[in-house]
Design a protein around this ligand. Sequence first.
Ligand code: ZN
Length: 316
Amino acid sequence: MPPLTTLPPRAVIREVGLRDGLQSIQTILPTAQKIAWIDQAHAAGLREIEVGSFVPARLLPQLADTAELLAHAKTLPGLCASVLVPNLRGAEAALAGDADLMLLPLSASHAHSLANLRKTPDEVVAELGRIRAARDASGRKTLIEGGVGTAFGCTLQGEVKPAEVLRLMQALLDAGADRVSLADTVGYADPASVSRLFEQALRLAGERFWCGHFHDTRGLALANVYASLQLGVNRFDASLAGIGGCPHAPGASGNAASEDLAFLLEAGGVATGIDLPQLLALRGQVTGWLAGEATHGSLHRAGLPKTFHPAGALPR
Ligand code: ZN
């Protein structure tokens, strides 16, 4: 028999529904509802929330209030407020708002990179270098995360070679990224490919490896989380009710549902600090606001098992 795997004692769920989720759907949530979402996610125990993206409002009117949401998130105790920034201009807005972390996405697929960001991957690496210089000159403590997306393949290009993913990850680190992460943007990954690529990425980035981001397009997001969890990865992006998609990936669904991921982790003894009944209540509220939009996830249908104990409540 193979040796038993030890899971990390704790893991962080970063809620990205307000960015990755809302950017892909038609409904534009009013700022007051987004603030209520952030407040109640914080009350339920979430301590990392990606509140939006500093992209021009004409491109993504759904996220036009990102500066206001960031200012609000900064008032909540213990909350790491992060934003996505597509370029230096966005990073300047993130620095002005004193974001705790800014994520610069890079597509390892050249075709997806050109379609989505209008830059080659290496041009994005160069932009990260300029963002690092701006951050250092600003005196802010805002962490810079370089997120390598389409890491397992891409709808436009097809195959994305692991060697290219790792080359770009190393280039981001060399250009000054404080953190790097891997994203299966279109749901092409499976647990075996996750194990292979994450093992190499962890060897390359060490302590600077930050986060796994899995879309549930083909139903494997939680299995992929588990495969990376077994390697010691302890931070995952997730979207409440699994909302989201990708404009360049037909049929793509959102990230792992936050509430299902919290259940997976807590049930397995991995503490998240999240109060699941509160998170499920928030899910009910947010899906009510998003009537008519596709939502995902399983836990909400049947609720928690009667035998469920949160990780913190387990005798250890
Ligand atoms: Zn995503």
